[in-house]
Design a binder for this molecule. Sequence first.
Ligand code: IMP
Ligand code: MG
Length: 225
Amino acid sequence: MRKPFKSETWPYSPKPTAQPSVKQCPSTKQSFEPTTLRPLMYHPIVQGTGDKLTVLITREQIAAKVVEMGVRITTDFAGQSVVLIGVLRGAAIFLADLARQIDLDVSFDFIAVSSYGNSKQSGEIKLIKDVDDSLEGRNVILVEDILDTGITLTYIRKLLLARQPRAFKVAALLDKVAARKVPAQADYVGFQIPDQFVVGYGLDFGQRYRNLPHVCIMETYSDGN
Ligand code: IMP
Ligand code: MG
């Protein structure tokens, strides 16, 4: 007889699955496990673009860190609900992974900003998309892909603090501490990285590479495409 539906789904105890068979990438001939790594990232040069990338933080390191960050947030906000506000577009992947490591009542919202001209010089930020919901009295965690000059965070923090949240915290996967132009700090930081341009795991170069599973340093880039 079938067990009741509820006991099958919660608490969740997955059955052990068979080990995936090792496969070979047709282009690079390198071996990979289909459920863990895509072969693309064994390549130092991403084919077809002329850009040269090297892996800085692997997907396994990211995954372990995201678990840690989720545990800390779960502990800090035990018994409460939180709203994660993702900064589009770079934080989308980090938010999706982090949210699933937070064992609380979680909701999502999103905000989008852009810089006027070169914000590194001007420091001017423009709001493209505001959050949809009221933040008054809520525990807000702003989810950022990377803290660089700190200009974006400073702008968003001021904007959202005016909405009178109960708590306002910042979770940033990456922190280029040496690149700061204005003082800015995250409460939950994944990795401190050198002041080099990185792509992958949500971060882009001209909208490309957000889907790479690792965080990679962009060593050189082509201007052709
Ligand atoms: P900030 O205002 O200078 O702190 O910049 C934050 C934003 O700049 C991030 O949300 C990213 O969108 C972008 N950014 C800064 N550094 C990098 C990088 O190394 N790669 C990709 N995007 C970056
Ligand atoms: Mg961004």
